[in-house]
Design a protein around this ligand. Sequence first.
Ligand SMILES: [Zn+2]
Length: 483
Amino acid sequence: MTRWLPLLLLTAATTASADPRAPILSAARIKADVKTLSADDFHGRGPTQPGEAITLAFLEKRFAALGLRPAGDAGYRQTVPLLRWTRETARFDLSLGGKTEALRPGVEIAASSRIVGTTTLDRAGVVFVGYGVVEPRLGYDPYRGVDVRGKVVVALAGDPDVEAGRDLGFGGRASSPAARTKLAEAQKHGAAAFFQIHDTFPSSYPWLQLANSDAVPGYALDTGSVPPAFGIRGTLRNDIGVALLRQGGLDYAAAKRAAQRADFRGVALQGVALSADVRTSLDRAVSHNIVGILPGTDPAAGSILYGAHWDAYGENAFDPPADRIRNGAVDNGTGTATLLEIARAFAGAPRLRRSVVFALWTAEEKGLLGATWYADHPALPLATTAAQFNLDPHVVLGRTRDLELIGVGRTPLEQDLARVAAAQGLRIVPEENTEAGWACRASTSARGAIWCAGVPLRASGSGRATMPNAITRPATRSNRAGT
Ligand SMILES: [Zn+2]
């Protein structure tokens, strides 16, 4: 249960002149709140679903009991307007060598379209573009000399060197920013649809996770206009992708090796065609962040921000009835409960010089939407927000001695973290699964986009410094002695 202590003590250390007493946290209270938040009567805390009202009421009551100053547009609630795309129907037929079979959505294919109405593919040709990454600096352009207009583009997961075993210029095993532009490249070159072939290692999540979320509505912030939509996009189960390449005369492993080279060019897969009908509707929806402030003693001193997303995946009508509720105890019941406990500790301690903002985000699982909205509508100016601490989620492990730091080199707070960790006997170790791109996935602010573009952040107090998630690893055989 030491996982949250480094974060909290770091705060105490950085504000030591104003507050010599470190707040005391209670594991028992955190546990009780996790239990409450993940109970079935919270319906899995799905934004815009019945679980939202119940969750918000619980969180508001707790903020009020702590005496936090409401900092939303309606009490503690900060309205987050959303666009919601719902897939009404979907049909996919894959032809391999003249034989046509249906691909079952949520089983063999996970796909959607944000074009309102019906999007149709009628025996569209398929082009394999390797990793689908265009990087002129390194000479990579799989689209060179290949016509994908009106066709289906199929790409490998990851980037050219995530599995190559050496750094080809894309950051080695780390997931590169270039890999996040695949869809845009397919769109730019006039493709009608884009699919990635699922592969667990470079994707860093299993197929089932993706398949289970198929047909869950897609969301975006409603900023007054509907963004232009690409055609059908999605992911193919690995064996489907492998079969499709084989029909086109390509061996999956050999195709990967070929696509790791800068001279790789896209290949039109002979004898492969895809037909599809996807009907999508769009409506507007509203969700809410919960934001409260513990005012500091010096209004000119700025603030620090604690954030955690309250949302989970809610109820999923596509699962069998016995398993409809995805309770989200760990992700992110733990972070939400810990934020409540940190707020309780601060509220009971002498006031800091800086104000402390406590924010519980909505729609993190829909693409960091609540946090992004906050970054554009902050309760206190970002320019004087010295640090953000993100709680999402706590890895359920035993006692640890390693503290794994994600997104190394992006904030000067690392030096404080190293000092506090050392005082607790924790060892900071390099990020292990860099291909997972956690620094981008877990940054709860729009500033995360700056990280993901690979730009290091500089000064604290610039409003851009955010704290990377730190996760702890279980003590290994070699370091367990003495714990
Ligand atoms: Zn989470």
